[in-house]
Ligand binder design. Structure first.
Ligand SMILES: [Zn+2]
Ligand SMILES: [Zn+2]
Length: 239
């Protein structure tokens, strides 16, 4: 039925006279103008935390933050910059309860799989997908966990196994707004737990947007404690 009805751009509501038949492609959902705003994350960016860098210096050098305090995870990747139409879509997905946007937004994760380091990791040893957890109250408010929806799409599209509910976040709302990475990490200490043993496996940890990375680090620590060999973080967008 979707095919018989005219569709509007999910960002600016312009009519789409023709569109890609593939619902995993941005052009299936966006007009040309909004699709043109997409900014795939391209070098130079920090090889540890994927923070976009200004200079075109040696690309293997981490950013100042990672040099001063290396993250717990091995490295992070993101498909797109959190800007323009991509940021609007993530906003609609999370706060507008547009759960079906997970199919489109998972394109950001699929792009990460093209990274040679991640490709080597998935060939090296068993690799599973885990989603960053939401606190129960936040999940109840939103109706779903956005990272879980994205991880599920990634698993369907890549064939990699998804360890559902591997991480739990304890109840209680922690307001992280306005806090720096160190303060956020302190705030999250002990609040994320792994519910299963993860022996001799690499984990691809999925989140929607990576900003300070404090949540990803708390999740990584819980996964390493549960026996994970390596944790790599991938996100639909880099803030
Ligand atoms: Zn548009
Ligand atoms: Zn960095």
């Amino acid at each position: 039925m979707e095919w018989l009805l005219p569709q509007r751009c999910r960002c600016c509501e312009a009519w789409l006279p023709e569109r890609s038949r593939n619902p995993h492609q941005p052009k299936h959902w966006l007009c040309n103008a909004c699709a043109g705003e997409l900014e795939p994350l391209q070098p130079p960016f920090c090889p540890r935390c994927a923070e976009p860098l200004q200079s075109h210096g040696p690309s293997h050098l981490p950013c100042g933050n990672c040099l001063a305090s290396p993250p717990a995870y091995d490295f992070a990747l993101a498909g797109y910059r959190a800007s323009g139409s991509w940021r609007d879509l993530i906003h609609q997905f999370k706060y507008g309860r547009q759960r079906n946007l997970a199919r489109l937004l998972s394109d950001g994760l699929i792009r990460c799989l093209e990274d040679p380091r991640l490709r080597a990791l998935t060939q090296d040893r068993p690799c599973s997908i885990v989603a960053c957890p939401l606190s129960p109250i936040r999940q109840w408010q939103r109706g779903f966990n956005q990272s879980h929806e994205l991880a599920l799409q990634l698993s369907l599209r890549s064939g990699l196994p998804f360890l559902r509910g591997a991480l739990r976040r304890r109840h209680g709302l922690v307001n992280q707004v306005g806090l720096n990475r160190q303060q956020r990490k302190t705030n999250l200490r002990g609040k994320i737990k792994c519910t299963q043993r993860i022996e001799n496996k690499s984990i691809i940890l999925v989140d929607d947007v990576l900003t300070t990375g404090a949540t990803a680090e708390a999740c990584t620590e819980a996964l390493l404690q549960a026996g994970a060999q390596k944790v790599v973080v991938i996100c639909a967008a880099r803030g």
